[in-house]
Ligand binder design. Structure first.
Ligand SMILES: NC(=O)C1=CN([C@@H]2O[C@H](COP(=O)(O)OP(=O)(O)OC[C@H]3O[C@@H](n4cnc5c(N)ncnc54)[C@H](OP(=O)(O)O)[C@@H]3O)[C@@H](O)[C@H]2O)C=CC1
Ligand SMILES: O=CCCC(=O)O
Length: 294
């Protein structure tokens, strides 16, 4: 992307995608930024800020050199590529497709093989960091797949993130992201149980937060989510349904390798319970609600 300005596209304008696409737009590095979202009305804000809009993934890809995607889950990622007027209908020789959604290796591999069979190039690029890091362009990007495309994406990755890692062949970044989010979900599950036990045993949750924050377990997630848990108010930054999806996919990876994952399996049960309570669209800190069931 160093020479002539490229036309870039973005599929999926949810919590993360809208912020990431906005940063591409604001950077001024690209000749154009063309966006698509399944619910097309959600494109309007970015269009009012200077983005172009296309009515299908195929139309985005055919008008862009590189298209990024940030979609909910494996079903969404596959639908955008293989569906009617999907990515495959717009791919041609040399075009790049970079899927930044959190999906499993099988999904990513299927997409990568189809894109390359059509003459395109493929990188998977899932991210760590939530709504605020996405807004601030401070995501951590895990890349794998076509190394040349990964290098060509560096200017875009620097706009969206603070650091990117090239991890190897397609699948490596998907696996890394699932491992990272398995640890995160397990930590959040344990943290919420601690908050619940503190409260039930007559301790101040604020005191627990302060004590945890001063010791070896201090971390930004407890500091950020602790107050939300105390107020039992969970505006979504990372929707709980996506955290449960990531635990489910990580457990499936563990199954396929005979890797015991008892802590993650228990955390997954808590997230499933919270989802059953109707908390799927709340922030993943709402797993606390599963600890409040009688
Ligand atoms: N939020 C976070 O903190 C982080 C999220 N992630 C991952 O990033 C991805 C996006 O997350 P986030 O932005 O929070 O999610 P949102 O739920 O806010 O957005 C999901 C996006 O996927 C689209 N979508 C859902 N189903 C389909 C489908 N069948 N076909 C096409 N498009 C579909 C939605 O379109 P529509 O508007 O029409 O519903 C929307 O654009 C997920 O994989 C998530 O795990 C990774 C890091 C952090
Ligand atoms: O996949 C979501 C990750 C959220 C985070 O890293 O804070």
């Amino acid at each position: 992307m160093a020479d002539a300005k490229l036309n870039v596209g973005f599929l999926g304008l949810g919590i993360m995608g809208e912020a990431m696409a906005r940063n591409l737009l604001k950077s001024g590095l690209f000749a154009s930024v063309t966006v698509w979202n399944r619910t097309l009305a959600k494109c309007q804000t970015l269009v009012s800020e200077g983005a172009k809009m296309a009515e299908t993934p195929a139309a985005v890809v055919s008008s862009c050199d590189i298209t990024f995607a940030m979609l909910a889950d494996p079903d969404a990622a596959l639908a955008a590529v293989f569906g009617d007027n999907g990515v495959l209908k717009g791919i041609s020789a040399g075009k790049g497709y970079v899927d930044m959604s959190t999906v499993d290796e099988a999904t990513s591999t299927k997409i990568g093989e189809a894109v390359t069979a059509a003459g395109g190039r493929f990188v998977e690029g899932p991210v760590s960091g939530s709504k605020k890091p996405a807004i601030d362009g401070q995501l951590i990007i895990m890349g794998a797949g076509d190394k040349e495309l990964y290098e060509q994406c560096q200017p875009a990755f620097r706009v969206m993130g603070k650091k990117s890692f090239y991890l190897g062949a397609t699948g490596a970044a998907a696996r890394m992201k699932l491992v990272v989010n398995m640890v995160m979900g397990s930590m959040m599950g344990a943290f919420c149980e601690g908050m619940a036990l503190a409260e039930k045993s007559g301790l101040e949750q604020t005191a627990l937060l302060e004590i945890l924050g001063l010791g070896a377990m201090a971390n930004p997630m407890f500091a950020l989510k602790g107050p939300a848990i105390m107020s039992r108010s969970y505006p979504p930054a990372f929707p709980l349904k996506h955290q449960q999806k990531d635990l489910r996919l990580a457990l499936a990876l563990g199954d396929s390798l005979n890797q015991p994952l008892p802590v993650a399996a228990a955390a997954n049960e808590s997230f499933k319970a919270a989802k059953a309570l109707g908390r799927g669209d709340d922030d993943f800190a709402a797993v606390y609600e599963a600890t409040q069931q009688k």
